[in-house]
Ligand binder design. Structure first.
Ligand SMILES: [Fe+2]
Length: 298
C-alpha cells in the first residue's frame, strides 16, 4: 500500500514532470532551440563545377507569442549569415492556430522577411495555410492570395506553377515552384481538398538542360517528380512536431512517415523535407527543433 505521504510525493512529482515537460515542449524547444540543419549532396547529373548553397525557411506560421515579426527578422539575419547563394521560402507564412496571444499581419511578417539577402535572390512558394486562411481567395477559387501580394510587395517573387532561371559563374540552374497541392478547402463535407498544382505544366516551362530544383510545399508530390529534377525541397509536415526515436506519430501526409522529415532518396531522386520553424494545431515541439536548412549542392 502506498502511504499518504508517498501518494502526495507521487502527485507532486507527476505535476512537476508535466509542468517541466510542458515548459520544454511549449517554450524552450520551439522558441530557444532553433538550429541550422546542413545537408551536402551531389545529385545525379549535376554539372561539374557548379557549387550552390541554398538556405531554406519553411512553415513560419507567424503569430505571437511564438513567431513574432522580431523573431522572423532575427531568423532572416541568421539565414543571411549562412552566406547562401540563394534563399528559398517554402510556404505557410500564415498561422491558422487559435492559441495565439495576437495575430501577426501579412505586412508585418513580409516586412520581417524583407531583410533576407542573397546574391541570386530570394524566391518563395505558398503553403496550404496561406490559402486556407484567405477567405476571399477561397471563395474565388483563385489567387492572388493576401500572402502572395504581401511577399511581392517586399520584392520576393512567388512561384506558383512557375520557374526562374538563375545563373552562377556561367552555370544555369532552374528553380521551379509548385502551386499548393491542398489550396482549396472542401466545399461539401464529402469533397476533398483541391490542389492548384500543375507539375507537368511547371516543368514544361524549363527551357534548357540546366539542373532543376523544385520547391513544393507538401512532399506528397514526390512520387510523381521525374528524375530530371535534381532536388525537391518541401516543408509542411513540421517533422510531425513530435518525433521520438526517428518516428513521428502524427503526420499530415498520406504517406505517413515516408516523407515526414529529412533527406529521402528514392529511385535516384532526392527530396529534402524541412522540419520547419513554427507550429500548426498545437504550440508544441518535442524532438523536432525549429530549423533553418542550409544545403550545399555540388
Ligand atoms: Fe503546410
Amino acid at each position: 500500500m502506498i502511504s499518504r505521504r508517498g501518494f502526495l510525493r507521487f502527485i507532486g512529482g507527476s505535476f512537476l514532470s508535466v509542468a517541466s515537460f510542458s515548459a520544454y515542449a511549449v517554450g524552450i524547444e520551439p522558441m530557444l532551440l532553433t538550429h541550422v540543419k546542413r545537408y551536402a549532396l551531389t545529385p545525379p547529373n549535376w554539372p561539374a563545377g557548379l557549387k550552390l548553397r541554398i538556405v531554406a525557411l519553411a512553415d513560419i506560421h507567424a503569430c505571437r507569442p511564438w513567431m513574432s515579426p522580431e523573431r522572423i527578422a532575427s531568423l532572416a539575419e541568421e539565414a543571411n549569415a549562412l552566406q547562401p547563394d540563394l534563399i528559398v521560402l517554402l510556404g505557410d507564412y500564415i498561422s491558422g492556430m487559435r492559441l495565439v496571444s495576437r495575430r501577426v499581419t501579412p505586412p508585418e511578417w513580409a516586412g520581417a522577411l524583407s531583410g533576407l539577402k542573397a546574391p541570386l535572390g530570394v524566391l518563395s512558394i505558398l503553403g496550404n495555410h496561406d490559402w486556407w486562411n484567405d477567405g476571399f481567395a477561397q471563395r474565388a477559387g483563385v489567387g492572388p492570395t493576401i500572402a502572395r501580394k504581401a511577399l511581392e510587395k517586399v520584392g520576393i517573387p512567388v512561384l506558383e506553377n512557375d520557374v526562374v532561371r538563375l545563373e552562377k559563374e556561367g552555370h544555369g540552374v532552374w528553380i521551379a515552384g509548385l502551386a499548393d497541392q491542398l489550396a482549396l478547402l472542401p466545399k461539401e463535407e464529402a469533397d476533398g481538398f483541391t490542389g492548384l498544382d500543375d507539375l507537368d505544366g511547371t516543368l514544361g516551362k524549363i527551357g534548357d538542360a540546366a539542373p532543376v530544383i523544385l520547391l513544393a510545399h507538401e512532399p506528397d508530390i514526390f512520387p510523381k517528380v521525374p528524375w530530371r529534377v535534381s532536388l525537391t525541397l518541401s516543408g509542411h509536415t513540421h517533422g510531425g512536431q513530435v518525433r521520438l526515436f526517428g518516428y513521428s506519430p502524427v503526420v499530415p501526409s498520406r504517406y505517413g512517415n515516408r516523407y515526414v522529415y529529412g533527406h529521402v532518396v528514392e529511385s535516384d531522386r532526392n527530396l529534402i523535407v524541412s522540419g520547419g520553424l513554427g507550429f500548426s494545431k498545437l504550440p508544441i515541439r518535442f524532438g523536432m527543433r525549429p530549423e533553418i536548412l542550409s544545403i550545399d549542392l555540388g
